[in-house]
Ligand binder design. Structure first.
Ligand code: HEC
Length: 136
């Protein structure tokens, strides 16, 4: 009788442990969904991105993304953007590129999130989806 109870508890514990591991694994897989390099399939909303771009980025990059002399670069022909995955562009937008960065070509700051801290990852992904449209 006692042996059976021990076995029952063991099976119960084993089931819980396995269920716990399964849950953790699947949530990791969800966050790791990133487009492979060069494929440029965006998850963001292009229309939202266009509005957000007009509100924050157009001041330096122009309303159509073609750049403003002495401010932001042309994003419609940016090899930098084309060669990067959405995840990489997202990381870039969050850090920007200060004038002191050796990779800076204009001597002008690209501020983190274009200087708008209200742009969270979802909004930045919308903007990236719009940038992909500009590249076409
Ligand atoms: C205050 C002006 C300013 C604002 C606002 C701004 N940028 Fe920029 N951005 C720049 C400058 C200047 C550069 C070029 C930096 C350099 O010389 O490398 C740049 C570079 C970039 C690049 C890299 C282009 C390349 O080919 O190297 C991307 C992408 C970019 N900006 C996207 C954005 C987006 C998206 C927004 C809005 C969220 C934004 N920028 C807002 C000034 C700005």
């Amino acid at each position: 009788m006692k042996k059976r109870l021990v076995l029952f508890v063991f099976v119960l514990l084993a089931t819980w442990t396995l269920a716990g591991c399964g849950g953790g694994g699947s949530s990791n897989a969800e966050t790791a969904a990133v487009a492979p390099r060069g494929q440029n399939v965006s998850s963001g909303n292009v229309e939202e991105g266009k509005t957000l771009f007009a509100g924050t980025c157009s001041a330096c990059h122009g309303p159509d993304g073609k750049g403003v002399t002495g401010l932001g670069k042309d994003l419609t022909t940016s090899i930098f953007v084309m060669e990067r995955t959405d995840a990489e562009v997202l990381a870039f937008l969050k850090t920007g590129r200060p004038a002191s960065d050796p990779l800076n070509t204009t001597g002008v700051d690209m501020p983190p999130k274009g200087g708008n801290p209200a742009l969270d990852d979802t909004k930045l992904m919308d903007i990236i989806a719009y940038l992909r449209e500009l590249e076409k």
